[in-house]
Design a binder for this molecule. Structure first.
Ligand SMILES: [Zn+2]
Length: 411
């Protein structure tokens, strides 16, 4: 198989004794839980799909690579242990060279019920990196060279990301600390507003004065900024204040489906005008459309094509936001923590059990490339949207240790 990942069978925390060092939960397998769906292509097209993924850097801008417990009634207790189990075996067949992993995110509720606490975020991050340090298929992605090296060596660059910045409270230096621990992408606000700006639950308000300082600090540090969960004004303000391009790592177009979880045209255009990228989201019941109100790869790709037509192929990519397990079930178990009612809008839609064609992080990218091949996209355009556009932004945003001459004190 082309571009096979160097996987030696490691499973999360196998250096400890399950049942002795931590409570053992039965976790899902790293395969599809629902009927497998492969976008139908000819043999010749499949060969082209495989070649494109071998030749080009493939990046997902947004996933959660953990394996969920089979019994979701145990989910909150499982979370309180602070151990996410990475689906390494599944990732070995994902064809991804780099993944922006968003850790436990707002469900890091180790010491609290509300989430987003500084201690919990560090606990979550440190625990995950400890596990990562005990294997060699996934490396910590800190620079663009790490991503290129991962691809060349049959590895995957794991980019530690956090979807909201509430846990920095009023401490700008906490951004440096998170950067030091490997975080390379961060959101401004999740659902609720915080000291930096307003999340998508908030009907008004933009980036605060402190938020402006935080954006400037992230620019100087070389940390990418994400406004996926920020409200519209906060998104526009962030794009304006940032002197680097920003990401919308997982969203879609509100013009196709009217919810505040998706972005209006002016935000998508402003992001692109600054050189940034919008990556399309596939978490259940997000990227629906009036034409395809049953969530599947067709409605997801309708959002992709809309954004590509709106701002050009250089400014679009994919952040499917998948995980190993019953995503819809997790949403039900955690709807309050994830503020789901605030982000669903008022359109009627048919509930699905899973998003056909985009169920988990192991299987979604080959299907996306199959869809692009089937719909006549050129090799060059496919290379851009599966990773090239993101690499272009990262080259501008992330600090490059080889070029230490830049920065405000080294003009
Ligand atoms: Zn999210």
């Amino acid at each position: 198989m082309i571009n096979e990942k160097k996987y030696r069978g490691y499973e999360s925390y196998q250096y400890l004794e399950a049942g002795v060092d931590f409570k053992k939960f039965e976790l899902v397998k790293e395969t599809t839980l629902f009927p497998d769906y492969i976008v139908p292509v000819s043999q010749e097209e499949e060969a082209r799909v495989q070649r494109l993924m071998a030749e080009n850097i493939v990046i997902s801008l947004h996933e959660h690579l953990f394996k969920a417990p089979v019994n979701l009634n145990e989910f909150l207790e499982f979370r309180r242990w602070g151990r996410d189990f990475t689906g390494y075996e599944g990732m070995a067949r994902s064809r991804l060279d780099c993944v922006f992993d968003n850790l436990m995110n707002g469900t890091a509720m180790i010491t609290s019920r509300g989430g987003w606490k500084w201690d919990d975020i560090l606990y979550d991050l440190g625990m995950r990196l400890s596990d990562l340090a005990h294997q060699d298929m996934m490396i910590l992605g800190l620079t663009t060279d790490d991503i290129r090296r991962a691809k060349a060596n049959g590895q995957i660059a794991f980019v530690a990301s956090i979807e909201g910045a509430g846990m920095i409270e009023n401490e700008l230096d906490r951004l440096d600390i998170l950067y030091g621990f490997g975080v390379r992408c961060m959101g401004i606000a999740y659902s609720e507003g915080n000291g930096l700006g307003m999340g998508l639950k908030e009907p008004s308000g933009g980036l605060t004065a402190f938020g402006k300082q935080a954006v400037r600090r992230m620019n100087k540090l070389g940390m990418a900024i994400d406004v996926s969960h920020s409200n519209d004004q906060t998104s526009l303000d962030t794009i304006e204040v940032s002197d680097k391009p920003i990401f919308i790592t997982h969203a879609g177009a509100r013009a196709l489906w009217d919810t505040n979880r998706l972005k209006p045209d002016d935000v998508i255009k402003a992001c692109a005008a600054k050189g940034g990228v919008i990556a399309i989201e596939a978490a259940p019941h997000t990227t629906l459309t009036v034409k395809n109100p049953l969530h599947n790869i067709e409605s997801f790709m309708e959002h992709f094509e809309y954004c590509a037509n709106l701002v050009g192929i250089d400014h679009v990519s994919f952040g499917p936001d998948t995980l190993f397990g019953d995503h819809v079930g997790i949403h039900t178990a955690l709807s309050e923590a994830l503020s789901l009612s605030a982000s669903k809008g008022t359109n009627a839609f048919e509930h699905v059990k899973f998003v056909e064609g985009l169920e988990n992080p192991a299987d979604c990218f080959p299907n996306i490339v199959r869809w692009l091949v089937k719909h006549g996209y050129s090799d060059q355009d496919i290379a851009k949207v599966i990773g090239g556009n993101t690499m272009r932004v990262l080259e501008q945003v992330w600090w490059d240790p080889k070029k230490q001459g830049h920065g405000p004190n080294h003009q």
